[in-house]
Design a protein around this ligand. Structure first.
Ligand SMILES: [Zn+2]
Length: 449
């Protein structure tokens, strides 16, 4: 009995101690915990704060500062939620750190006028008037009328509209920025560092752009580059196409015919007996221009001022008339593709040809019948063939691997003249195909079948 009582007396203080410990721990926890709010931005918990008021006040301060900076009426664009939680004091974000956290997770919108091209937002401006003015300015600038041309109609190839609404305020640009953006397609042009062995032509090819564009973007007056020089590489492609219908009058050259005197027994060489000279004619025309480049032209009247004098090449005893000068004008389908393959470069300023890619050795065919007027190495063009088709047309096939015709040779449409290659200033196998009409390179796609 005594033993039992003693045991009980010892047991009571032990359980009291345990209970006291639990209560003490609980109170200690209570003392270090507090009710708090979880700040949720667009469904994602960002941090814990002591009170909603603290967060909202900080947010108002940020908004006011930004509004003062950009002089715009801003509005929070995120969805902001608060959830009451119970958290350790140490987990709460102090007020002085809250601004930085909020700035990382929220953004602000402002009312702007956005230029939308084929359903895609292109540039946002402060108001509708600015946006409309910019669209009109671009239209006028990119019509690019030549002397003596009268505008009949002006518009865009794309569907262009100005839409007013809220956009992130950082996206609002000045009219100058928007103009550059629409003209070049980018606000952040890439940089290129000149390396040993580089030249503008190679840099342009590697960056899928054009020598003239690089020169213009970097205000280069010569093609001399220095090692380590930083170049802006603008892949200048306007986001809009201005379509201008024009009426014009001008005096232009009439191409001369080429006659070849063929001597079957002679070596493949040609002597010029008569240089030939261009004629002159006064024409009126109507044309469709896309960003200043003629895409379609109809001659409406013609007055011959001076007749051309034929060029005579001597290679034998027989005189062959290449082709009679019929009605002139660029027409679709007069020439055949020299080779079929993906086009890696299109015709434009700085690249007055198309590049058709293919395997080295693939046969290249004459685009039309005519006479070979050039066959051999020609600097950056590498191994090159030029065929005079008469009617003012010639075609050039550059970077060939091998040539199978010689100067003075008559070729028929579709005849194999060379093999596709990678000679000269070329960074990959392709045929650089040029169409020259009346001495000017024209877009091959406008005359190919
Ligand atoms: Zn080319």
């Amino acid at each position: 009995m005594i033993t039992y009582l003693r045991q009980r007396k010892q047991l009571v203080p032990a359980s009291c101690l345990a209970l006291a410990f639990i209560i003490f721990s609980f109170m200690w926890l209570l003392a270090d915990n507090a009710s708090a709010v979880a700040v949720i931005v667009d469904g994602k918990t960002q941090f814990l704060a002591a009170s909603i008021q603290d967060v909202q006040q900080t947010l108002r301060q940020i908004e006011a500062e930004k509004e003062a900076q950009v002089n715009l009426d801003l509005e929070l664009s995120n969805e902001l939620e608060f959830k009451e939680v119970f958290a350790l004091h140490s987990k709460l974000t102090p007020n002085d750190q809250m601004a930085a956290l909020l700035e990382q997770s929220v953004c602000f919108d402002a009312v702007a006028a956005t230029i939308v091209v084929n359903g895609k937002a292109v540039a946002s401006l402060l108001d509708e008037e600015q946006a409309l003015q910019l669209v009109e300015r671009f239209k006028t600038d990119f019509a690019k009328l030549d002397q003596g041309e009268k505008l009949l109609q002006l518009g865009f190839e794309e569907q262009v509209e100005v839409v007013c609404g809220r956009v992130p305020f950082e996206k609002i640009c000045t009219p100058e920025q928007a103009y550059d953006l629409i003209s070049t397609g980018t606000l952040n042009p890439e940089k290129y560092i000149v390396q040993a062995g580089d030249n503008l032509w190679l840099i342009a090819r590697r960056n899928d752009t054009y020598v003239e564009d690089i020169k213009q973007a970097n205000h280069l007056t010569s093609e001399n580059l220095s090692l380590g020089q930083e170049l802006i590489v603008v892949k200048s492609k306007p986001l809009l196409t201005v379509v201008a219908q024009v009426e014009g009058a001008k005096v232009e050259a009439i191409p001369y015919e080429t006659q070849v005197v063929v001597d079957a027994g002679a070596a493949a060489s040609v002597r010029v007996r008569e240089q030939g000279s261009e004629g002159e004619r006064k024409i009126t025309y109507q044309a469709v221009k896309k960003n200043g480049v003629i895409s379609d032209r109809q001659v409406t009247s013609e007055e011959i001022i001076k007749n051309p004098v034929a060029r005579v090449l001597v290679k034998g005893s027989q005189v062959v008339q290449v082709a009679s000068r019929g009605s002139s004008g660029i027409s679709k389908g007069v020439l055949d593709w020299p080779v079929y393959g993906p086009i890696s470069q299109y015709f434009r300023a700085g690249h007055r040809a198309i590049d058709i890619t293919g395997k080295v050795g693939t046969a290249l065919h004459a685009s039309g019948s005519g006479y070979v007027v050039e066959a051999g190495w020609n600097g950056g063009y590498g191994k090159t063939i030029v065929i005079d088709h008469g009617n003012g047309y010639s075609t050039r096939y550059a970077h060939c691997n091998s040539l199978s015709v010689s100067v003075g040779q008559k070729v028929s449409r579709g005849q194999t003249i060379a093999a596709l290659g990678n000679t000269g200033r070329s960074t990959g196998p392709h045929c650089h195909f040029e169409v020259i009409y009346n001495g000017t390179a024209v877009n091959p796609l406008s005359v190919l079948k």
